[in-house]
Design a protein around this ligand. Structure first.
Ligand SMILES: [Fe+2]
Ligand SMILES: [Fe+2]
Length: 185
């Protein structure tokens, strides 16, 4: 994997930073959800945190030959208050990625004919669409004072596709067999 153009490389670094922070934020909010009596929303946060790790890893690996230090500027949601607000932060962050960040980054990578960056941005864009919907569903449930009624969650370690329960034979985003999916019980 490689990247040749400075603008695409900057966007990969920024996306790496944003995904890294989302990963950490979801682990923190997940702990809170569990402590507040929402263990399945806690599980959802941990599963999605893993998906954001997959995105950060992909962006990082496209940059693997760009050795050296960089200052990374990336958007991040702040706040750690209650489960409804934390889920709103998650929804806002995911929708920013879906509507603003990844479409622009992907278009740049297309213009600059950066195939590896296109794949990495596209995986993240498609997975974040799913995340936004799942977090909206979780927030609707939490607003009724209820935890999610879910069994196992699965995440594709290649593209970050996330699902509640066992629904697909192979990953609808990257095509991987579900045998590689990581389960969150
Ligand atoms: Fe996400
Ligand atoms: Fe996948």
């Amino acid at each position: 994997m490689a990247v040749n153009n400075a603008m695409t490389a900057d966007f990969l670094r920024s996306a790496y930073g944003g995904e890294s922070m989302a990963h950490m934020r979801y682990l923190i909010w997940g702990d809170s959800a569990e402590k507040d009596g929402y263990p399945n929303i806690g599980k959802l946060f941990r599963a999605v945190a893993y998906a954001e790790w997959a995105h950060a890893k992909n962006h990082f690996n496209v940059l693997k030959e760009q050795v050296g230090d960089n200052t990374v500027v990336a958007g991040a949601v702040f706040g750690h208050t209650n489960i409804i607000e934390n889920l709103q932060g998650a929804i806002d962050g995911e929708l920013h990625e879906v509507k603003q960040m990844y479409p622009v980054y992907l278009e740049t990578a297309r213009y600059q004919e950066e195939k590896d960056a296109q794949r990495s941005f596209n995986y993240a864009l498609e997975a974040e669409k799913v995340h936004a919907k799942i977090f909206e569903f979780a927030q609707d449930t939490a607003k009724q004072g209820k935890d999610l009624d879910i069994a196992t969650m699965y995440v594709c370690p290649i593209c970050g596709y996330t699902e509640i329960g066992d629904n697909v034979e192979k990953c609808p985003i990257c095509g991987a067999s579900r045998d590689v999916f990581k389960a969150f019980e």
